[in-house]
Design a protein around this ligand. Structure first.
Ligand SMILES: NC(=O)c1ccc[n+]([C@@H]2O[C@H](COP(=O)([O-])OP(=O)(O)OC[C@H]3O[C@@H](n4cnc5c(N)ncnc54)[C@H](OP(=O)(O)O)[C@@H]3O)[C@@H](O)[C@H]2O)c1
Length: 242
């Protein structure tokens, strides 16, 4: 069933594809024959990921910061050159500051940066992606990666959690606006994974308690393929065998 959904030659953008969940998602999509556009700010790390992923399929790396509007235009242009856009995974994200500041110490600068990267950038990418997807009879799928911090009130996670909560709400509203089209919105909470972001946030976590992002990526692809509604929120941890 899953393999019926992923068609060779389809095109995906996965932001933050140089490591962690984004790289794992890109690898799974490439293995199913999709062309995948990835990005990341660190050019060397992105080039290394591109070289690794190029052994699996056709990957295009566009270095840059999702908060930079010109970079978003470049990402979309790369997909347009491939003549379609079927899937966007808004995965790139920032914690803002490490260690995470409590709300009373959260600077305006950090708060703004978190919202630029985790909320405004995905919205900007979705707006441009919709221009392409809505013109296609097949539509498309937008995936926004969220966090349990969007719902649970963890001390020091106020800035990041607020940005993910806002991303979820915008996703829900967008899905209602897309009613009657063939564009769907999936919000996915990956749960605790063994990635750089988790090491930055919680350095003393036991890696044995954390999921391999490759398992989360496979669960995400399954969730996309099995979507039955125009809007779905999923906890990937529920789909990954313990
Ligand atoms: N890890 C967890 O336990 C966990 C839990 C819940 C939710 N999440 C969510 O899962 C997603 C993936 O997280 P992860 O753990 O895989 O993170 P990660 O290992 O830190 O990877 C983040 C990726 O995003 C890129 N990136 C970061 N800021 C960017 C920016 N401004 N512009 C472009 N690329 C940027 C990074 O490359 P550069 O740094 O070179 O830009 C990297 O490729 C995020 O949305 C995160 O909020 C993670």
């Amino acid at each position: 069933m899953e393999n019926d959904w992923y068609e060779a030659g389809h095109v995906a953008i996965v932001t933050g594809g140089s490591r962690g969940l984004g790289k794992a998602v890109a690898r799974e999509l490439l293995a199913r024959g999709l062309h995948v556009v990835i990005d990341g700010r660190d050019e060397a790390a992105l080039a290394a990921a591109r070289d690794e992923l190029a052994r699996v399929g056709n990957v295009i790396a566009v270095p840059g910061d999702v908060a930079d509007q010109q970079h978003v235009h470049d990402l979309i242009a790369s997909a347009r050159q491939l003549r379609r856009l079927d899937l966007v995974v808004n995965n790139a994200s920032t914690l803002g500051e490490i260690p995470l500041p409590r709300v009373e110490e959260l600077s305006r600068e950090t708060f703004e940066r978190i919202f630029q990267v985790n909320l405004f950038a995905p919205i900007h990418i979705m707006q441009h992606a919709l221009h392409v997807m809505r013109r296609s009879a097949e539509g498309g799928t937008i995936v926004n990666i969220t966090s349990d911090a969007a719902i649970e009130a963890y001390p020091a996670w106020g800035g990041y959690g607020a940005s993910k909560a806002a991303l979820e709400h915008v996703s829900r509203v967008l899905a209602t606006e897309l009613d009657g089209t063939h564009v769907r919105v999936l919000v996915a909470d990956p749960g605790d994974m063994d990635t750089q972001m988790h090491r930055d946030a919680i350095p003393d976590a036991d890696p044995r308690d954390l999921r391999d992002p490759a398992d989360s990526a496979r669960a995400l692809l399954r969730a996309v393929a099995e979507m039955k509604e125009a809007y779905v929120r999923v906890r990937l941890a529920d789909l990954v065998p313990a």
